[in-house]
Design a protein around this ligand. Structure first.
Ligand code: GLN
Length: 475
């Protein structure tokens, strides 16, 4: 599956490829590869897929087809599709069937996409390796002894091995960009509020965003254009529509082609030597192609990780209170309802989820709220101001996506702090709410993919696509 969405679209339009044949070839690749990789938790029902195929064919017949019409897409298993299962990677939702569609699902369907299957993920999107899934780990298609990254590891892996052309993930602290970089594909985290969160299982509601994976910047942009936009069902949805390409083309004229590199922050203990070398080479290539490179100092940047690991657990402890074993999901009856609540949650949640609920409950408790949660939010505001200041001088901030390439399965699963440190470059982006993209930047000597992260100001996804296309051309 190395064709772009635009190429597939032309082939379907000309009749040289049928939608049925495309869907069948995806099924075949998945059947061949997924037994080993375990990117998927399930394929949607035949009833759903067949109805989507008919709808897509109708759109072609009527001349209303979009670039996504007839294109199979996989969704991370925290995105709801009515009548289909959705587990969030958790045992507590093992038997849950969604009762409504997420807004992104409605949008993809209107565009004629074929919603194809559910991707494996860390439980409720907490993790960076998909090892926290209650349904087993997803392996990296480039080296099956290593993780695919996380928490959207399944979405990244299925695109990387060619099971489907594109997939959706969610990114609260790096969960699209990190697995994209580990699997050698492109992943986009949009401006906070750009894509509706309605119908997505909440992790950290003030940070969560859905975004696309693809093999090229162009494929990611095509999916972005379909899923972005205002939604009255999401109170944090942004109203301004700048997602039409004509407007974006106007905007690109303003791009000064200046890249800021927070050197002191990047060249830190713990960064892998090959990652640093590859990053420096990428920056050199951009410089030779006409970009100006500036060293920037972003104050408080190193505090973002600590802020994140206060805000997320706090929001987790409140968001996950709904899984009480009474209304839906796994239920362990106890003698009293409080006992039933304890038992269902102990049986249903994995270790990382319980750890975050405990930390979150602690940081929100009376007496600690001011010293932790409020303080974290103050630092968040300071960081936002810092980014506004830095973006006066540069258009783009560049960092490696991850300080390390894909690690071995089991290597960090017993060491939460080591796992959290892998998010050092991605987390600040969510704290500030700006968009960022991870693009493949080469490989290690051992053939593991590496990625570069480009960050732009709020609502300037267009700049990420512009630099993304430029970077892709540099090879
Ligand atoms: N690895 C980060 C975490 O564990 C990011 C998760 C995410 O973006 N969903 O929270």
């Amino acid at each position: 599956m190395n064709k772009t969405l635009k190429q597939l679209h032309e082939e379907i339009k000309s009749g040289s490829l049928t939608i049925e044949a495309l869907v069948e070839s995806c099924r075949k690749t998945i059947n061949e590869k997924d037994g080993d990789i375990h990117a998927l938790l399930g394929i949607y029902s035949d009833e759903l897929i067949n109805a989507e195929i008919s709808h897509a064919k109708e759109m072609f017949a009527k001349g209303t087809a979009t670039t996504l019409t007839g294109i199979p897409i996989v969704l991370k298993d925290n995105i709801l599709v009515k009548g289909e299962r959705a587990t969030g990677g958790s045992k507590i939702l093992e038997n849950y069937t969604a009762t409504y569609n997420a807004t992104v699902v409605e949008k993809l369907r209107d565009a004629g996409a074929i919603l194809f299957g559910r991707a494996n993920m860390d439980e409720f999107a907490m993790g960076g390796s998909t090892e926290n899934s209650a349904y087993g780990v997803t392996k990296n298609p480039h080296d099956t002894t290593r993780v695919a990254g996380g928490s959207s590891g399944g979405s990244a892996a299925v695109v990387a091995y060619g099971g489907v052309p594109v997939a959706l993930g969610s990114d609260t602290g790096g969960s699209i960009r990190e697995p994209a970089s580990f699997c050698g594909i492109v992943g986009l985290k949009t401006t906070y509020g750009r894509v509706s969160r309605y119908g997505v299982m909440a992790l950290g509601s003030s940070l969560d965003q859905i975004g696309p994976f693809g093999k090229s910047v162009s494929d990611v942009e095509e999916v972005y254009k379909v899923i972005a936009g205002y939604d009255k069902n999401d109170s944090t949805s942004l109203g301004k529509i700048t997602d039409n390409r004509d407007k974006i083309a106007e905007n690109t004229n303003e791009m000064r082609k200046i890249i800021g590199v927070p050197r002191a922050f990047i060249e830190r203990d713990g960064i892998d030597a090959e990652v640093l070398k590859n990053f420096n080479e990428s920056i050199e290539k951009l410089k030779n192609s006409g970009y100006e490179i500036k060293d920037v100092n972003i104050e408080h940047l190193e505090k973002a990780l600590a802020v994140y690991y206060i805000i997320v657990p706090a929001e987790v402890s409140s968001n996950l209170a709904r899984y009480d074993g009474i209304r839906y999901g796994l239920s362990h009856p106890g003698e009293t309802s409080i006992q039933s609540y304890f038992e269902s949650r102990t049986a249903g949640f994995g270790a990382e989820v319980r750890r975050r609920i405990l930390i979150g409950t602690y940081v929100l408790s009376s007496g600690y709220y001011d010293s932790y949660y409020n303080k974290a939010n103050l630092v968040k505001e300071m960081l936002k101001k810092e980014f506004v200041r830095v973006f006066k001088d540069v258009d783009i901030i560049a960092t490696p996506t991850s300080p390390i390439p894909a690690f071995k399965i089991g290597e960090k699963s017993q060491d939460p702090l080591a796992m959290y440190l892998a998010d050092i470059f991605t987390v600040p982006v969510n704290i500030v709410g700006v968009p960022a993209i991870s693009i493949p930047s080469g490989k290690t000597e051992g053939s593991l993919p590496l990625g570069i992260q480009f960050i732009s100001p709020h609502m300037r996804e267009d700049m990420l696509f512009t630099i993304g296309y430029d970077f892709e051309k540099l090879g």
